[in-house]
Design a protein. Sequence first.
Length: 262
Amino acid sequence: MNTHLMVSDAEHFRIDYEINPYMDTEDQPDTGAAVAEHDAIIEAHRRAGRTVERMPSEPGCPDMVFTANAALVRRGRAVLGHPPAARANETEHYRRWLERRGYEVIEAPYAFSGQGDALPCGDILLAGSGWRTDPRMHDFLGERLGYDVVPLRTVDRRWYDLDLAVAVIGNPHTLAWCPEALDRPSRQRIERLGLELVEVSRAEAERFALNLVSDGDTVTMTRDAPRLAATLRNRGLRVVELPTTELAKGGGGIRCTALTLE
Ligand code: ARG
């Protein structure tokens, strides 16, 4: 899992609008530092043996570094994201990129945050809604991509995408999550999945602890969540911790910067 990724770059990363509670137009990223941070993430993916494809960012798309929101891809099919208006310009670029590579591209009929709100775990899809994804997308994704969908709802705008509150670790069936970030029925649904669960504190989750990429052997994550990093190491995973201070100004972390292609 997560061995083939699509990333963009941080050349045009800016805070031009505020569409999540972490963004503040008065607090701009330093472009040089952001590019270095992003390059280090890509380097870590490659060292972990993952294939990384790059799609250049566009000047009019200041959030394009966060490619996870582009789509949800499975077995040669891609359901395109349908983002908030401020990010609408990105979608055409993603569509063209995916089509050129031979993916069957499917339009999302409702608001959809792409992989930001859709975390595959084998044949199960953990799917968020409430902030960036219309709940009607869940059946649509189940049908078009062949998943059993587990609908989940986060309780606060801080968790505007599910990939801030839940992370699939794998190896073989482990999930890390911040229970407080989910409403009670969602918590129960997760507890009944029969997976091994690793709890993450609200404080670490707010520092993008769960916004990680795991292939089941190596976990690439922020260096701002030492407790989760230690827990995962104790479970036998290789953990690579990286700075994410510039990306955090956009309200994202490592998971947000990579779209999984398989
Ligand atoms: N500034 C971006 C937005 O609000 C951040 C997206 C982060 N992506 C994610 N998968 N959580 O859309």
